[in-house]
Design a protein around this ligand. Sequence first.
Ligand SMILES: NC(=O)c1ccc[n+]([C@@H]2O[C@H](COP(=O)([O-])OP(=O)(O)OC[C@H]3O[C@@H](n4cnc5c(N)ncnc54)[C@H](O)[C@@H]3O)[C@@H](O)[C@H]2O)c1
Length: 339
Amino acid sequence: MTQLLVLSSDDIARTFTIADAIDAVEDAYVQKAKGTGVAWPMVYEAFTPGEADMDIRSGELAGSGLFGLKLTAWFGANPQRGLPEIFGTVLLCDDRTGEPLALVNGSALTGMRTGAAGALGIAHLARADARTLLVCGAGHQAAFQIAATLILRPEIAKVMVWDPRHATAPLARVEQIGAQVARLLADAGASSETHIEAVADGKAAVGAADAIVTVTPATEPFIEADWVRPGTHLSCVGADMPGKQEIASDLAAAARLFCDDRAQSISSGEFEVPIAHGAFAAERIVEIGEVIAGTAPGRTSESDITVFDTSGIAVQDLASAKTAYDRAIDAGLGTTVNL
Ligand SMILES: NC(=O)c1ccc[n+]([C@@H]2O[C@H](COP(=O)([O-])OP(=O)(O)OC[C@H]3O[C@@H](n4cnc5c(N)ncnc54)[C@H](O)[C@@H]3O)[C@@H](O)[C@H]2O)c1
């Protein structure tokens, strides 16, 4: 009989940290570059546009013996029902037999694996002397981006948080974000003294930053090309659906371009809109796994502007869920269900 291990958010909290997410996502990117990791086309369905939708991201990680999927359901009215807006559920299957192995609370993994992705962009593409990080967006994802970046680039001396929509909102949020960053780091056995501050002048902050993470649902770009200094790196995380765009098309056109998955980046990521408008050719975009694996160049000069678009692919979730699954088996955690 097939035994399926069910892992709850509590099980994830006991078995998985943001440092594990960094290792898992980096491995997934390298497997993708080597051909053992594959992202299959996303399925998206809006039940009621702007109110409720779902997407299924799936793929294979042959190097880890897995295939599977993450189903993300967004129901905007759920908070009024006392429910979370978003449910993420990961299904892991054995790629030799097809047998389902684990059903994992994907919401508990998503922030960590997404923070890992943005931070890996910074780790591999920002200048070695980068010291100032700007995070644009003060929502749920912000702390994960900061914590993962501080693990990979502990020399970052200042973190600024700017909310392009509500310029003064991060003032109230920054303490909360700082506490969450400290918790994520502590869970991973790390700590940081780096100062985190709220900023209201986005243009000035962009001009002062060495590395920038954008993590908002914007559909109108909020970073202009002439705000950005030569040598800056940008990890664009927010655009994960068609129509979203966070940075100006001419900024991307003038930069060296990287992504997690080219097909998804140009169909539903940060580069979808500029490519549709003819700002640059898709052939210019390099997958970051190739940079990490050493088969493609990353930054080539101190003055390059580099842009990494992570629109989020299943192999990130599969690799993360696999780590949690292995740990849970070792620790006897989770609930086994006979299917
Ligand atoms: N790439 C991935 O793998 C991945 C994973 C998870 C979430 N996301 C995306 O990241 C984005 C942020 O997620 P979150 O959970 O932090 O959201 P959130 O709603 O918690 O926070 C969003 C932040 O962006 C600001 N904002 C809202 N609308 C804006 C606009 N039109 N222009 C500029 N700023 C705006 C908000 O004020 C807030 O600071 C979403 O688009 C989400 O879909 C991507």
